[in-house]
Design a protein. Structure first.
Lengths: 532, 347
């Protein structure tokens, strides 16, 4: 009678010890936490951005731009396939219209052959679903559209690549606590704790940072202004903030691009003491650069960043070592910034900011303080209420509540779930609701005692009969929390975390811990009458 | 130990309230309240003419109805979209100057709100500047930051929320879908664990609770934010929790008392679970009332929704979910001669 199985005692003891170990670091200052021995957990609860202060950006891939890029490629591939066929199929009007890449066959009767040729393009290189759908129209028109599935796949890939690049841009040393994660197919969440001004973040993220090298066509300003440019050239404006080489007329097609860059560092010019950007090219880039500088010695070439002139030096001698330096009237800061950008590489697709939140750190601290006060009030009120209502059994419930709180804090620290402002509300609600299981059990005991059963039988029956109800009742809360988690963004997700962990820990402590306490008490007191 | 402590002894061991007798009256009350809530949601809290909005809105009929529903609430920045900037200053903030600054920073509607500051009153003066969605929110924020010095000495931006129209629409529809999904999931769960009559009764109670809470926010123009959606889902969880405890007892009693008329059996079950209902409800309410007063502005809305929801949720377990079983009846034990309970709305 009223035996508690040994494994239960062990389970409660082990879980509680683990709970304390994981919860403990939260009550230590950072310095003490760092000096904890290695085998102890030292992870404190992760504070959400709304409590910690900082900035959050939600970025979205510009799908239209990405689709255009991809369709351009597809059109190229289609053209290449037709051109390289034996015998070649002649086409005109290669291009992108709306959501389709198209070519028009010169001889519409070759349609069938062309379709057979293009067919392999629709298959993904990794196998799986088709990536293109072809349709043919009148007069030899062939259109290719990217399938939705492939579009999503591309978005995901682009988002993944962008995350890497964004990380290198805003956290080049990997030391700050910036988190960058993909959300859905085409979104990226950037969270930067402690950053109260997101402008710097956005600037760094927003730049495409594509460096290109073009040959300069020398011509007078009047000639350039007249608008009669030689074919294949364009006018480019000076890079804002740079020393500004003035507008230049350059070849439209870059001789090579920044992708060939393996290293970019800020440094100072040995002779002038001016800040410059040193760079190192990969082997292919070195060969190319060597050939170009040899061919065009004495002429000028322009280095463009995002199609704006950084600098347009003249080539004094062939540069074949693969390294060089760019002077552009930099300051130490701009040189460094630019180096970071160039190292990180260009974003595969443009990103737009669709949601932006900034919370001042002191505002977050205020929220923590308010939340702490509210939690203490809730705890005290619940304690007083339970002890007043149930006497000794109320004390047991309170002990279970303390265990529950420790486990909840420990579990949150362990899984690294973020505590947010709504999460604090969830915590408070959990404290209040945790005693529900106790109440159900106690009320059941009272009923059983009233029906004339002995205290031992009442206690036993109270636990066993209340169990079904407790599980049914708490599963519904978990279901609601799961949905919340699926739907929720940021803070609300934190609430869902707290709520679900709280339900689990509260059932554990209310049922197992209380049972243990009551069993011990019963063995010692041997009561003739139920105390409730 | 005094004989009145523990206080639980003061609760009568056996109560004999006849809930079912008042079910008819409660049903009328609930139907009235639910209707008022629905009307409020569709009339902007009795302040707008839905037909007018429908005619003025563009797009498909569904989008037009959406436009009506958006007017039904005082939507927070999460659902409305746009930019909201919280400004704090050590001295008084000239609201007119702030409005002028807002107008110069971005065209379109600018709204200036005085607001209660933080509980600590650290910087004593606060104001909120709200903008409609614009293509370049950050330019607006930068301009405000630059011009703040002229509005109040030492003013600074403490909080910026900027939500594009796309995100806000997604959040709004996402929130409604989440609510619907939660209710559906509860229906399935109860159906699975009990019987379909119980499931329908429980879901009826959930709709009742959610609609009344929505009505509260609509009528009193309380700010409707993402946190409120969280509160609504928690109310769904709590109300269901309450209902399940009652249902569990009804199921148990159905097995125990095979011949007892359904109405009496429900009364008995409600009485048996009454003390639990009261005690759990009270602890939750006490904790939430504390949260309401000290939790600061961000959490007070949540606390208010939850307080209301818990009261309504308790009521609905007693007067919506349980009597609903009475309407549809329920199959009793294998040997039970009467396959269905008296199918009348006892009133």
């Amino acid at each position: 009678m009223l035996q508690v199985a040994r494994w239960r005692i062990i389970l409660v003891a082990v879980v509680t010890v683990f709970g304390i170990a994981f919860a403990f670091p939260n009550f230590l200052p950072q310095s003490a936490r760092d000096s904890l021995p290695g085998f102890l957990p030292r992870q404190a609860i992760n504070l959400g951005l709304d409590l910690q202060g900082g900035s959050q950006l939600l970025l979205e891939i510009d799908r239209a731009a990405m689709q255009r890029q991809q369709l351009d490629n597809v059109a190229d591939q289609m053209a290449a396939a037709l051109r390289e066929a034996e015998p070649a199929i002649r086409y005109t009007g290669r291009g992108v219209v709306g959501d389709a890449a198209r070519v028009r066959l010169v001889d519409p009767t070759q349609m069938e052959a062309a379709q057979r040729l293009l067919r392999p393009l629709a298959l993904s290189s990794t196998g799986g679903a088709e990536i293109l759908t072809f349709s043919s129209g009148a007069e030899g028109l062939i259109e290719a559209r990217i399938t939705d599935v492939h579009m999503r796949e591309l978005s995901r890939q682009a988002a993944q690549q962008s995350i890497e690049i964004i990380r290198r841009r805003i956290d080049p040393t990997g030391t700050s606590e910036v988190t960058i994660v993909r959300q859905g197919d085409d979104r990226i969440v950037v969270q930067a704790p402690g950053v109260s001004d997101p402008e710097m973040l956005k600037e760094r993220i927003g730049q495409t940072a594509l460096m290109t090298f073009h040959m300069v066509r020398e011509m007078s300003a009047e000639e350039a202004a007249s608008g009669r440019l030689p074919p294949g050239t364009m006018v480019v404006q000076p890079y804002p903030g740079g020393r500004g080489a003035g507008p230049e007329v350059v070849e439209r097609r870059p001789r090579f691009t920044g992708e060939r860059l393996v290293r970019a560092n800020p440094s100072t010019d040995a002779q002038t003491g001016e800040f410059v950007l040193s760079f190192q090219l990969d082997s292919q880039g070195s060969t190319l650069f060597c050939r170009i500088t040899r061919e065009f010695t004495g002429q000028r070439f322009a280095i463009l960043l995002d199609n704006q002139v950084l600098t347009a030096p003249s080539i004094n001698e062939p540069i074949c070592g693969g390294s060089g330096q760019i002077s552009g009237g930099f300051t130490a800061e701009t040189a460094n910034e630019l180096a970071v950008m160039l190292r990180a590489g260009a974003l595969p697709v443009p990103l737009t900011v669709i949601d932006e939140r900034t919370v001042d750190a002191s505002l977050g601290q205020d929220a923590i303080n308010a939340g702490t006060t509210a939690s203490i009030i809730a705890g005290v009120v619940t304690f007083v209420f339970m002890v007043l209502a149930y006497g000794l059994f109320g004390v047991f419930a309170c002990i279970a509540l303390v265990v529950n709180f420790v486990l909840l804090i420990g579990a949150m620290s362990m899984v690294g779930a973020a505590l947010t402002l709504p999460g604090i509300a969830g915590l408070i609600l959990t404290i209040a609701m945790a005693v529900d299981a106790n109440v159900i059990i106690y009320e059941r005991m009272r009923e059983e005692a009233q029906a004339g059963r002995s205290p031992a039988l009442s206690i036993d029956a109270g636990f066993s009969r209340a169990m079904i109800t407790i599980i049914d009742a708490n599963l519904t809360t978990i279901l609601a929390a799961m949905i919340l988690f699926q739907f929720g963004a940021g803070p609300v997700r934190g609430f869902a975390w707290t709520l679900s962990i709280g339900v689990i820990t509260s059932v554990f402590s209310a049922v197992l811990v209380t049972q243990l306490l009551i069993a011990w008490w019963f063995r010692m007191a041997r009561p003739k009458q139920m105390p409730i | 130990m005094a004989s009145f402590w523990p206080l639980i002894r003061l609760l009568p061991k056996k109560t004999n309230f006849t809930y079912v007798k008042f079910a008819g009256f409660a049903a009328v009350l609930s139907i009235l309240a639910v209707s008022a809530s629905i009307i409020s949601v569709f009339t902007g809290g009795f302040r707008a003419n839905p037909i007018e909005i429908y005619q003025q809105a563009d797009g498909s009929p569904l989008a037009r109805i959406g436009a009506i529903m958006e007017r039904g609430f005082n939507l927070g920045i999460d659902f409305r979209g746009g930019t909201s900037i919280l400004i704090e200053a050590p001295g008084p903030i000239d609201q007119e100057a702030l409005r002028a600054l807002g107008r110069s920073a971005q065209e379109g509607d600018v709204e200036v709100q005085g607001t209660t500051c933080r509980p600590t009153n650290a910087p004593p003066y606060c104001a909120i500047l709200n903008f409609e969605t614009a293509p370049d929110q950050s330019a607006t924020v930068e301009e405000i930051r630059a011009g703040l010095g002229a509005v109040a000495q030492g003013a600074r931006i403490a909080n910026v929320d900027s939500v594009s129209a796309k995100v806000s629409e997604e959040l709004f529809s996402g929130g409604l879908i989440a609510l619907g999904l939660a209710i559906l999931l509860m229906l399935v769960y109860i159906w699975f664990r009990f019987e379909w009559q119980f499931g329908l009764g429980g879901v009826l109670a959930l709709f009742h609770d959610v609609i009344l809470t929505l009505g509260l926010f609509s009528i009193f123009r309380l700010e409707f934010t993402l946190t409120i959606i969280a509160a609504l889902l928690t109310i769904v969880g709590y109300s269901m929790n309450d209902t399940v405890v009652v249902f569990d007892r009804i199921r148990e009693n159905l097995r125990k008392y095979k011949k007892m008329p359904l109405g009496e059996l429900i009364d008995l079950s409600l009485n048996e679970t009454l003390s639990r209902t009261i005690i759990t409800g009270c602890t939750a309410l006490f904790a939430l009332i504390g949260l309401y007063f000290v939790g600061g502005e961000a959490l007070s809305g949540f606390a208010l929704a939850m307080i209301f929801g818990i009261v309504i949720g308790t009521y609905s377990s007693l007067y919506v979910a349980a009597p609903a079983i009475l309407i549809w009846g329920v199959k009793r034990g294998r040997e039970g001669g009467e396959a269905r309970g008296a199918p009348q709305t006892a009133g």
